[in-house]
Design a protein around this ligand. Structure first.
Ligand code: PGA
Length: 265
């Protein structure tokens, strides 16, 4: 059974003081939720303070980006070993970075390898645009992104990653993919591509999240799909009701495993 994970991608929101205050406000309630992994991905400058605030809880910390090189003349960039004292996760290849900051498939691949070499868990983002979706190109495009991101990895390395399937047309738009749409692409495209590349065991092991306008209201429904292992949450992770979102997702998954146990007995 894969443990689901919900990560809050705070994007470019909250000053250090606001970030710490928010983490302190919701950390105890989140810490009490069982059966699900939880991470905050705050802005880089706030990472040490937020990591300190959540110390001793189950909440992990993720960066929103990093550079692949160890050190050197890369003005404005952050190296993997600068993150490791504070972070367990790093989001890589988010569509906003691909759209606004020149992130390429090759760059994402290098960053994944660097993150793994430093013991960080990459949260690798893939997803199609509205035009690609309407043109029926979703499967080929998303499968291609997965192949490019995971090029040259071993199966052992691949299963240490998390993939976030985030259709660009659903990010920040209030337009969520339906459970069938999201679960279908995650199962038949993302997980199927991992199976082709690394075998069925790897495909059954790797965790794949959905992202794009996930809310406290729709989290449980999305989690009802057996291929959806959690969520990467933007806007809804900035509010105290993020606790309800995580709780609703965890309850859905726990209900399912209880039903499965009853069937087995
Ligand atoms: P959203 O963002 O939840 O605000 O749609 C998701 C993401 O970009 O990770």
């Amino acid at each position: 059974m894969r443990t689901p994970i919900i990560a809050g991608n705070w994007k470019m929101n909250k000053t250090p003081a606001e970030a710490v205050a928010f983490a302190n406000e919701i950390k105890d309630a989140l810490n009490a939720i069982e059966g699900i992994d939880i991470a905050f991905c705050p802005p880089a400058i706030t990472i040490p303070a937020v990591a300190e605030a959540v110390k001793g809880t189950k909440i992990g910390i993720g960066a929103q980006n990093m550079y692949h090189a160890e050190k050197g003349a890369y003005t404005g960039e952050i190296a993997p070993n600068m993150l490791t004292p504070f972070c367990q996760y790093v989001i890589l290849g988010h569509s906003e970075r691909r759209a606004y900051f020149g992130e390429t498939d090759e760059g994402v691949n290098k960053k994944i390898k660097a993150a793994l070499a430093h013991g960080l868990t990459p949260i690798v983002c893939v997803g199609e645009s509205l035009e690609q979706n309407e043109a029926g190109e979703t499967h080929d495009f998303v499968s291609g992104q997965v192949r490019a991101a995971f090029a040259g990895l071993t199966a052992d390395q691949a299963v240490r990653c998390i993939i976030a399937y985030e259709p660009i047309w659903a990010i920040g738009t209030g337009k969520t993919a339906t459970t069938e749409q999201a679960g279908g692409i995650i199962g038949q495209t993302v997980r199927a591509t991992i199976a082709e590349l690394f075998g069925t065991e790897a495909a059954q092991t790797i965790r794949i999240q959905y992202g794009g306008s996930v809310t406290p209201e729709n989290a449980a429904e999305l989690m009802a799909h057996p291929d959806i292992d959690g969520a990467l949450v933007g806007g809804a992770s900035l509010k105290p009701s993020f606790v309800d979102l995580v709780r609703n997702a965890a309850r859905q998954r726990q209900g399912e495993s209880e039903r499965a146990e009853i069937k087995l007995a």
